[in-house]
Design a protein around this ligand. Sequence first.
Ligand SMILES: [Zn+2]
Length: 534
Amino acid sequence: MPKKTARLLSALPLLLCLFAHAQARDDYPRQPGLDAQQYRIRLDIYDANGEIKGETEIVFAVRAENVREVALDFPELNVDGVSEQGRPAKFTREGGRLRIALADTYKVGDLFNVSVSYHGAPTDGLYFKRNKFSDRTVFADNWPDRARHWFPSIDHPSDKAKVEFFIDAPARYDVVANGELVETTSRQDGTRLTHWRESVPVPVYCMVFGATEFAVVNAGAAGGTNLWHYLYPKDRDRGLTDHGRALRILDFYAGLVGPYPYEKLALVESSTRFGGMENSSNIFFDENSYDGTGELEGTVAHEIAHQWFGDSVTESDWHHLWLSEGFATYFGALFYERADGRDRFVRLMLENKERYMKDAGAVARPVYDPQVKDLFKLLNRNNYQKGAWVLHMLRRVVGDEKFFAGVRDYYRTYRDGNALTEDFRRVMELHYGKPLDWFFQEWIYEPGFPAYEAAWKWDEPSKSLKLKVRQTQPGTLFRMPLDVEFREGDDAQREVVEVNGREQTFDFKLKAKPQSVALDPDEWVLKTLKLKEE
Ligand SMILES: [Zn+2]
């Protein structure tokens, strides 16, 4: 770091700190001159030996002058040929990348395509497995950057694209992928071609298909789209129970956030390594979660919420993953607030709080944590549980109406695109009408949470109550509004105090000594609290 910057940093720590967030990037080697528009992935599936033969065509838009090369993530499979605009192209392979030297010169705004033919047995990202019933299955499972093991791509969430799959597989397989079903053609040689087309840009980690014998059930329409169940035939009845109130969930988010982004929604029983994986319009659930109890419904709500947050609005930098996981966790819980009432919702949020607080490693690090290099370690309690609480607290700070109007606006603005935390902040500030940098600074860019110790004391002669609040956590002092409730029988009086210092005292004039005093009785703030009468 140059000296001048270092001096400025000590003089203006907060300002530069925010500037640094805006500039920060994960270390993926981006190619700013190239913008993938569309993938066309043709695969022959040979289920007996786990091999594929494929051809992936990628259409690029040119975003800078003098683009000489396309570097694709494609570490392992055998390349049989590469072409540019239909003509054979030169390529090299190094460091996990397939580098294609471009013969033509393109202008900004031009479109061109490259095509890669390949074959081999993928070591990751695409799995040929026997499922729990010993039936053969083929499932892709890309998150975060494993698509590269079965098709060449710009394998990073900042470059979203449309995708089409043309899968040739044994005819007994039903094939499900992103977007809408365009064609199935059964051939006399016992194979079948299935063509799926996703016509809006999705992240590469969401570009997946599954192939096995499925029970395919149309559940009807909700939220402006059609919902399909893809279940192992032996799990059909259990699965319809386990997918729970999926139609209602879909309807709820479409009403709350905005139009559903894709052509259909399939809920697919699969062999994903995750409990659920939110693949755009093609959600995969772990086959081992199907037990007929309906307990999977919480995961169903979470993954459906991802269709808006993560899939449609995608973080353009891995370290802003809370924009995906924090949102899905919070909006997953919001369904239960609407459907089952406030108590269930608060219980879910308190479970999130407990899980976060039990994880000392998460508590010690901020939500935005560029030190994390292993992408799987981003699947942590900061991005999920604390991220959900950040949204919950923001809702308290700006109020319900402005919070949800802001979220709708954020979705409308970044739909089918990318965003960073600062983009979300700016939209929320527009609706709030006041700066929120302090809020994001303390909750996203600083670690931890406030540990309040509070005491109240009644003074009978002056009919006044003194409330002393201390923040006892080391490090960051948090600024938050806290509700104070004075209870007298069935009567409750509410006040709000803004706690922002190490120790503050608040005075209240009351008619009589309250029977009890509560701080944050509705659980709006991520905190620990000790409160006593002095
Ligand atoms: Zn998730």
